[in-house]
Write a protein that binds this ligand. Structure first.
Ligand SMILES: Cc1cc2nc3c(=O)[nH]c(=O)nc-3n(C[C@H](O)[C@H](O)[C@H](O)COP(=O)(O)O)c2cc1C
Length: 197
């Protein structure tokens, strides 16, 4: 059970309970290449519209290529950099915005890339890693730094690593880290008889 999940209404698979988005990462505990690849493999097997697999991941593994990792870190919003600097792996989930089979716009590409990203996060949780996705980054800087083509859109950065000590965060982040994780009620997000009936 996640230490912060506060209002579960039903039992779920353990990995859903283990996945959450901490900010405390252990900078001294590297992620093995094998574990990183297991997470990427989970993303690879996500479902996608037309089987187009529009997701692409820029992977910055500090142990392997610190300069590249540093470049991505510097593209994150300053507030995110404060804690993400301790994550041994930083990624950017990108999406191809057009279908490969006909070059037409793929309006499901972002949906599919979100599915692939959460698959990565759940696999990470299942093997004892933690992830934290971020919309707070400079997409233009990421595009320029990593030479991302025009028809590919950087969607979210993801920090991956081992959980660190909450006490190492500043007070503000500690408070967020310790706050209860709440969700809307199931009844408020599901419609069994039509919208709002
Ligand atoms: C697309 C996306 C963008 C996010 N952007 C940020 C961000 O820039 N900074 C941050 O600290 N958390 C960010 N988060 C994390 C969310 O705040 C977090 O997932 C949400 O509060 C739910 O918490 P949980 O993941 O622990 O269940 C983002 C999450 C997603 C999915």
């Amino acid at each position: 059970m996640s230490e912060t999940q506060s209002n579960p209404e039903h039992d779920t698979h353990e990995m859903f309970q283990q996945r959450w988005s901490p900010r405390a990462f252990d900078a001294d505990k590297p992620v093995s290449k094998q574990d990183l690849h297991r997470c990427l493999e989970a993303a690879r097997w996500a479902p996608s519209c037309f089987g187009d697999e529009p997701w692409r991941f820029i992977v910055c593994h500090k142990e392997e290529n610190e300069a590249m990792w540093q470049k991505l870190l510097s593209c994150l919003a300053p507030k995110n950099q404060e804690w993400a600097q301790h994550a041994p792996v930083l990624l950017v989930a990108c999406t191809h915005t057009v279908f490969s089979h006909n070059g037409q716009g793929n309006r499901w590409a972002e949906y599919d890339t979100g599915a692939a990203s959460v698959s990565l996060c759940l696999q990470a949780a299942a093997i004892g890693l933690v992830t934290h996705q971020m919309g707070g980054f400079d997409a233009d800087a990421v595009r320029a730094t990593f030479h991302i083509p025009e028809d590919v859109k950087p969607m979210a950065a993801i920090a991956l690593g081992y959980r660190g000590k909450t006490e190492h965060l500043d007070e503000g982040f500690q408070a967020i880290e310790k706050a209860e994780r709440k969700r809307k009620n199931l009844a408020d997000i599901t419609f069994f008889k039509g919208w709002d009936v």
